[in-house]
Design a protein around this ligand. Structure first.
Ligand code: CP
Length: 303
């Protein structure tokens, strides 16, 4: 059995297979003929990830078990472990989990007989976001090797930054970071550059929002943040002709990006969201396929 916890566990070849499968899903419909249940256990707010998982599950023909923390027995003190075991016991075939704890996975791995998909682990990893980002970059450049990717913003509190930096490096991209002093994570093995340098070298500029909910002290996010560290209209003019702008969203308009650039020609922000459906279809069918429960016709085209 295989989980989808971190892209560190997937080889370059396997990641390319996931991307091909996502493209396959974008091109044609596929529906399972047997009944399988997917449970979405979100312990942190989500719009894109949760809703695109639901769309992806329905496109695959999975039955969706929704979960609302506010009205669940976690309010009576039930743990994540007992919640997950309960969903397994009542017949869920797969768990999609987002939790504020960086290390929630360690409490579950090895204790369940169904696959787990990591839909966000604290500030540590967000591998499904990473796969949809890779898909968006690959659609643009048809390669990763040699591409300059700059990840800009609240690096220290961002799970998107960590999943992307390590996976893009594995795929052959050159990865750089740019951040305000209070948002840097010096333990990461990637060079920091200024935002002015970033716009000049980036093929892909990946912007991040300030993760207020993870800061211990309220971060001073005045309008000068955009001028000092964000993507202003002036800086956008200095970008390479082929360069694209990504953002996992939600966006803080006029903080990390000028609002007029959110839908500019370089922006792939809403394309990322669309790709999220197909990337998540690829991930779910791959972990279910490993488990032997999905029709083998899924990726015939790529065999
Ligand atoms: N990008 C992302 O994870 O968005 P949500 O928090 O809305 O799921």
């Amino acid at each position: 059995m295989r989980h989808f916890i971190s892209l560190n566990d997937w080889t370059k070849r396997e990641i390319m297979e996931l991307l091909q499968l996502a493209e396959h899903y974008r091109e044609q419909a596929f529906i399972l003929s047997e009944q399988l249940f997917a449970a979405n256990l979100f312990f942190e707010p989500s719009t894109r990830t949760k809703m695109s998982f639901i769309v992806a599950q329905r496109k695959l023909g999975l039955d969706v078990l929704d979960f609302n923390e506010e009205f669940s027995s976690t309010k009576k003190g039930e743990s994540l472990y007992d919640t997950a075991k309960t969903f397994e016991a009542i017949g869920a075939n797969m768990l999609v989990i987002r939790h504020r704890d960086d290390c929630w996975i360690e409490k579950l791995e090895g204790n369940l007989s169904i696959p787990i998909i990591n839909a966000g682990a604290g500030k540590k990893e967000h591998p499904t976001q990473c796969l949809l980002d890779l898909l968006t970059i690959y659609q643009e450049f048809q390669k990763f090797k040699g591409i300059n990717v700059v990840i800009a913003g609240d690096i220290s509190h961002s799970r998107v930054a960590k999943s992307n930096a390590y996976t893009l490096q594995k795929m052959g991209a050159h990865v750089y970071l740019t951040a305000a002093e209070g948002c840097k994570d010096r333990s990461l093995p990637f060079p920091y550059i200024s935002m002015d340098e970033a716009v000049e070298i980036a093929d892909t500029l990946m912007l991040l929002r300030i993760q207020h909910e993870r800061h211990e002290v309220a971060y001073d996010q005045t309008t000068s943040y955009l001028d000092k560290y964000g993507l202003t209209k002036q800086r956008e003019k200095c970008m390479q002709p082929q360069a694209i702008i990504l953002h996992p969203a939600p966006i803080n308009r006029n903080v990390e990006i000028d609002t007029d650039l959110v839908e500019c020609n370089r922006s792939r922000i809403f394309k990322q969201m669309n790709n999220g459906v197909y990337a998540r279809m690829a991930i779910m069918s791959s972990v279910l396929k490993e488990w032997g429960s999905i029709h083998e016709t899924v990726d015939q085209k790529y065999q």
